[in-house]
Structures are given as structure tokens and as C-alpha cells.
Design a protein around this ligand. Structure first.
Ligand code: ARG
Ligand code: ZN
Ligand code: CA
Length: 269
């Protein structure tokens, strides 16, 4: 791959307590640490993959994207009153410019990669498929799935089995154009979907599967649609528990790199 691109991230805790800033900043930093590990295949549990990879056709090496993340410290959209130049770009209780309905974009956050942490009433997180940093788009994460380790006040606390920060890894995958490995089945998770019925994820090295996998399957996993390929349930773009997803494929990492390269090319033309 090419040179590594560093992506500054702003984090917005919509229901946070301003007295809890130190805790929330530390939580945000731990989420950044998870992303840096997961997108470079230097997560500690990549060892689980390395131990079983021989069972997976053509997938010896996991995917490594040429990106790293950091908490932004530049208040370049100076309109955001809560951001202080040189301090982590973490807002607490900020009201989005487009209201409370669907805060995926905000005019004040253009130029940042944004994470919005707000209660989603049962959803773990969501993201646009192919998001635009230039437009101030955001990945939205429920407070029970953001970050890892100890939580903060107001229920902003990672909760098992989604307490390893992998919901953000997954949603960011969507932001960078990755589809679910089971994409195209009738209901995006229909357990009765059949092979050949879906459109797939458009990535050659992720085996075709008809449906999502939940929980934590034992390894090696069952055959996928085309044996001897096996279901890649440990992929970040499936639906298993945080502890049971630990890899991207090279094809996915290449698509992420290509998406980011395209965004940068158009932004600086
Ligand atoms: N259901 C959500 C989505 O489709 C997130 C799934 C994340 N899974 C996890 N183990 N954290 O975008
Ligand atoms: Zn998803
Ligand atoms: Ca595929």
C-alpha cells in the first residue's frame, strides 16, 4: 500500500455531562485506539485469526488499511463554541444544526470525521454508506457500544457483548463504503435466506453467505455458499459479538483505501 493517512476525528456526546469531560475524552481516546488497532490488523485478537486462517481459502493475511486515527485538536470550524484550539475536539451536549431528528451531518462539523454518541433505542449504531467528511457527515453510535473499558456518567458506558469498540469499527467500515458480508439477503439478516439470492458485498475475497451470523460461533466456522470456502463470521462487517469479530480482508482494506483516496482527490482538486 501507499503512505498512511491520518484521519482527525471529532467526537460528540449528545447526552454527556460537561462535568465528566475527562472521562469522556479518555473513552473517546480508547475508541480511537481500537480503530487504530483494527484497521491495521494490530489488534491483539488478530492472533485468533492467525491460528485458524489455514481453514479459510485464500485468506492467510488479514487486510491492513493505510489509515490511522487521532482525536482532532484543531477548531477549524471556529463556529463550534465548545471546541478549544489545541484541546481534543470532543463536544458534550452540543445541539446539532439540523436538529434532533437525524444528526448525520452538521454544517459546523465540515472537515472532520465525526462520531456522534447518542441513544438509538435498540440500534447499536448506524452510518451512511460512503460518508462525506467534507459535508460534516457522522457515524452515529449508541452510548452502550461506544469505546471500551470503564464507562462515564449518564449511561455512556460500553456494555457486554458490544463493549470492545467494534460497533464503531463496523460503522466506519460502512462510512468507507463497505457493505455487510451478507449484503442483499431479503432482510439484511434473514436466517432463511438462500445462497444466490443476494447481491453480495461486491468484494471478491469475502465468501458469499446468504445471511448474517450473530453471537459467537466456534471455529472453524461452517461452509459458506461455495464450499470449501467458510463463513467469514469473524469479519468486522458481519453481526457477531465484539469479541468474535477481529478482521477485515485485504479486499475490504483495499476498498477502504480506495474510497479515502477518492475523497481526498475530490476534496483538494
Ligand atoms: N447492526 C449494526 C449495523 O448494521 C451494527 C452491528 C455491530 N456489531 C457489533 N458486534 N458491534 O450497522
Ligand atoms: Zn452494518
Ligand atoms: Ca464477497
Amino acid at each position: 500500500g501507499g503512505a498512511t493517512i491520518e484521519i482527525p476525528v471529532a467526537v460528540h456526546f449528545m447526552t454527556g455531562n460537561t462535568n465528566d469531560r475527562a472521562c469522556l475524552e479518555a473513552l473517546a481516546q480508547r475508541q480511537i485506539d481500537v480503530l487504530n488497532a483494527d484497521y491495521s490488523a494490530s489488534n491483539t485478537d488478530i492472533s485468533t485469526w492467525n491460528a485458524i486462517a489455514d481453514n479459510y481459502v485464500g485468506l492467510d493475511a488479514p487486510g491492513v488499511a493505510n489509515i490511522t486515527f487521532c482525536l482532532a485538536t484543531s477548531n477549524h470550524p471556529a463556529a463550534v463554541p465548545q471546541l478549544v484550539e489545541g484541546q481534543p475536539a470532543v463536544t458534550i451536549g452540543y445541539n446539532f444544526a439540523n436538529g434532533s431528528g437525524f444528526p448525520e451531518t452538521d454544517v459546523n462539523f465540515q472537515g472532520y470525521m465525526n462520531f456522534v454518541v447518542k441513544p438509538l433505542n435498540g440500534l447499536l449504531g448506524y452510518s451512511p454508506l460512503g460518508g462525506s467528511v467534507a459535508n460534516g457527515a457522522a457515524v452515529v453510535i449508541d452510548p452502550s457500544t461506544f469505546g471500551t473499558g470503564g464507562g462515564c456518567a449518564n449511561g455512556i458506558a460500553p456494555s457486554s457483548p458490544y463493549n470492545l469498540g467494534r460497533t464503531t469499527t463496523h460503522e466506519l467500515g460502512h462510512f468507507y463504503s463497505l457493505r455487510h458480508t451478507f449484503n442483499g439477503d431479503a432482510t439484511q439478516g434473514d436466517p432463511n435466506a438462500v445462497c444466490g439470492s443476494g447481491t453480495g458485498d461486491g468484494i471478491a475475497d469475502t465468501p458469499e453467505v446468504a445471511s448474517a451470523t450473530y453471537g459467537c460461533p466456534s471455529n472453524p466456522t461452517p461452509f459458506a455458499c461455495n464450499a470449501p470456502e467458510r463463513r467469514l463470521t469473524m469479519n468486522y462487517m458481519d453481526y457477531v459479538n465484539d469479541a468474535c469479530m477481529y478482521m477485515f480482508t485485504p479486499g475490504q482494506a483495499n476498498q477502504v483505501d480506495a474510497y479515502i483516496a477518492g475523497v481526498l482527490a475530490s476534496a483538494f482538486k
